[in-house]
Design a protein around this ligand. Structure first.
Ligand code: ADE
Length: 250
């Protein structure tokens, strides 16, 4: 997969290339991340990329020309042409979820555009960008950290990027629920024992316990997720039981 990131602050992305999993994935040829300075696509001698909004108002907007030309340049560099999503990172975007990471991981090429200042000229949204993503209901100084979040969530789903021991199938959110609690040795630490069932060797009972723990944790922390999670009749019955004795929910 190729990911091209368009930004006014390319230095912020140094961290991506030099860290464990990303570095290994790049060395293995599983992912190729290109960082591009939008300013390089500005034609005037001062490399201006922003301007005042028509109609007045506070703040500056990113001009359309350098953004269109930067996207066109990175698109042309990729052969054969593909239906590359052009993603604007903005607090006005749709909330980013695990399902979006899974969908984006199916593409061979992504273009991420980091917004800045008060926003971008609307024609960028209308005629260039194919989707807008927000990583949460808060405002960052720019889209760079959001682009790194999206890149991380997508890259780790590319087959071969994670070792087989950390399978993304078990992640929180991958089945619409939060993950169940996990324990490792020692079996008793400072008088806090590991739940006995995990030491029992009974795989069916362990699976059931883990499912129930995931349901309980999701009900307590993120009940909104239960609306869309894949639940069977047993799960629904267990949730009803938990609701009737909420103090034992976790
Ligand atoms: N840019 C500024 N804030 C953002 C957010 N919450 N998500 C994505 N991009 C942003």
């Amino acid at each position: 997969m190729r990911i091209d990131i368009l930004t006014l602050f390319p230095g912020m992305f140094d961290i991506l290339g030099g860290t464990g999993i990303f570095q290994r994935a790049a060395e293995q040829g599983l992912v190729d991340i290109g960082i591009h300075n939008i300013r390089d696509y500005s034609h005037d001698k001062h490399h201006v990329v922003d301007d005042y909004p028509y109609g007045g108002g506070a703040g500056m907007l990113l001009k359309p020309e350098p953004i269109f030309e930067a996207v066109e340049a990175v698109r042309q560099a990729v052969q054969p042409p593909s239906d590359t999503p052009v993603i604007l990172l903005t607090p006005q975007g749709c909330p980013f979820r695990q399902a979006d990471a899974q969908r984006l991981a199916q593409h061979s090429h992504l273009i991420l555009l980091c917004g800045h200042y008060e926003g971008v000229d609307e024609r960028v949204r209308q005629h260039l960008v194919t989707e807008e993503i927000s990583i949460g209901d808060y405002v960052l100084t720019g889209g760079e950290l959001a682009a790194m979040v999206v890149t991380d969530a997508v890259v780790r789903l590319i087959p071969g990027v994670l070792g087989s021991e950390d399978s993304p199938q078990d992640d929180s959110h991958s089945d619409g629920l939060l993950e169940y609690p996990q324990y490792t040795r020692p079996a008793d630490y400072r008088g806090w024992p590991v739940p006995e069932i995990l030491l029992s060797g009974n795989h069916a009972q362990i699976a059931r316990w883990r499912r129930q723990q995931a349901l309980a944790r999701t009900l307590q922390r993120r009940p909104d997720l239960l609306q869309t999670a894949e639940l069977d009749a047993k799960d629904i019955q267990y949730i009803e039981e938990l609701k009737s004795r909420p103090d034992e929910a976790e």
